[in-house]
Design a protein around this ligand. Structure first.
Ligand code: NAG
Length: 436
């Protein structure tokens, strides 16, 4: 049965992640004979509404004898969808529209030959639903323009809230986090001013990264809150993507630069370290393009899966690449400790870099694996918890990095006295030999 094969990707995909694309969606369907076309997924509260406006409906076979009760829109939760599939498998029903596990929004029979309709469907059972178009007619292709808007009514004034039940708190979360980063930036400026004699270029770089992160969060808060109120993104998403890109590039550069010890261990970058940067920066460009496509097409778009995989791959490569400079630094420090005899200072640096290495790995692991797992196992209503967990991990990472690499006159690590200069010069020679 064709219907089963076509359902497989939908089912597989939906098993892994909660996707919630909360915006009003406009979709053009052209000569499509898929038996199941998934549109949009949304977490309803008990005041859920689906507004569906469909125009220009055309069937490839205009025969009036067709059974139009086999074509229509339905809402279905993920668990119920499994039941529908079982029923189809058992031959208990021959069309998803006939199942008693689905909520029928509109069957085309009730159109009476008209080519467009508008409808509002109310859903009072709180759950996460997917809007699905089912076409159980064999070899009948459908064309139509679909506008779907899902929202919950909020508060006493019954305002529309276009963010899914698990996301509706996100604008506040992002705004609070932005505030925290602005405060961190303020504290950092103060620290830089107090310790201005021991400040290196890398410290200004850190300031830039924190400010970018704060602005990025602010844009995300504004973007989400605009979607919440109106159902469309309206400009803020562009700013958000721009700052996401800048933040992404600067963030990875910062990890690489700190990893190499640039500006406080040595004023230059080795060739292989530059190569890491030259790999990471273009990859970040690709990652950001992929992110834009992923966000804009939604989980049921044609190339969504491809871009998602591109994004994951690029992200993994970036994360691995930034670890190399830290490993090289650790190796160099070990070598230097053997040759120059200043065990104490070198041990201190070594410890710092080893700590940093472990923290970077933990950070990557947490934000990529743990957050993903949280996203998968939490109920749709608590989707925001995985966002909060990821952001708190990031915040902790920023604070750790700032604290450990702060400008510090009493820390022998940062005091480049004559001896240390010599040591650095020795190390420089040593590294040059390596290069040759
Ligand atoms: C969609 O349909 C609803 C319900 O009939 C209607 O109130 C709304 O104005 C329609 N929207 C558009 C853009 O046609």
């Amino acid at each position: 049965m064709a219907i089963h094969r076509c359902c497989v990707p939908f089912v597989l995909v939906s098993l892994f992640v909660h996707f919630v694309c909360a915006e009003i969606q406009l979709t053009k369907i052209r000569n499509d004979d898929r038996p199941i076309i998934p549109f949009d997924e949304f977490g309803f509260t008990h005041t859920g509404h689906l507004e569906l406006n469909v125009t220009n409906i055309q069937l490839s076979n205009p025969n009036p004898d067709l059974d139009m009760s086999k074509v229509g829109f339905i809402l279905c939760t993920r668990d119920d969808w499994m039941q529908v599939l079982l029923q189809l498998e058992d031959g208990y029903i021959d069309c998803a529209l006939n199942s008693d596990f689905i909520k029928l929004v509109l069957e085309f029979k009730s159109l009476n030959g008209e080519s467009s309709f508008n409808t509002v469907f109310q859903e009072t059972n709180a759950d996460q639903y997917t809007l699905v178009f089912a076409n159980c007619l064999n070899q009948v292709k459908v064309s139509m323009n679909v506008r779907s808007a899902m929202y919950n009514l909020d508060g006493k004034e019954n305002r529309r809230d276009y963010l899914s039940a698990g996301e509706t708190i996100l604008p506040k979360v992002y705004f609070l986090l932005a505030l925290v980063y602005f405060i961190l930036a303020g504290i950092w400026v103060y620290v830089l001013y107090i310790k201005r004699l021991t400040v290196f270029r890398i410290h200004f770089f850190m300031l830039a990264v924190v400010i970018l992160k704060a602005v990025n969060l602010l844009c995300e808060a504004e973007d989400k809150s605009h979607i919440k109120r109106t159902g469309s993104a309206h400009g803020w998403d562009v700013l958000f993507y721009i700052f996401s890109f800048l933040k992404g590039v600067m963030f990875f550069m910062l990890i690489v630069l700190i990893g190499t010890g640039w500006s406080f261990l040595k004023p230059y970058l080795q060739d292989k370290e530059k190569k890491v940067l030259m790999i990471v920066i273009p990859l970040q460009v690709i990652a950001n393009v992929a992110q834009v496509v992923i966000d804009e097409t939604g989980p049921f778009g044609h190339d969504w899966m491809v871009w998602k995989q591109v994004f994951l791959l690029v992200d993994v490569v970036c994360c691995c690449a930034v670890l190399f400079p830290i490993v090289w630094s650790i190796k160099n420090l070990r070598e230097a400790a053997k040759t120059d005899g200043k065990a104490a200072v070198n041990l201190m640096k070594l410890t710092l870099f080893r700590q940093y290495y472990i923290v970077v790995i933990c950070y990557i692991y947490f934000t990529r694996v743990v957050v993903y797992a949280l996203e998968t196992i939490t109920s749709y209503r608590y989707l925001w918890t995985s966002v909060v967990a990821g952001e708190l991990a990031t915040l902790a990472f920023y604070v750790f990095t700032g604290y450990k690499f702060r400008p510090e006159p009493h820390n022998p690590y940062f005091v480049l006295d004559d001896e240390e200069e010599e040591a650095a010069a020795d190390q420089l020679k040593l590294e040059d030999e390596f290069e040759l």
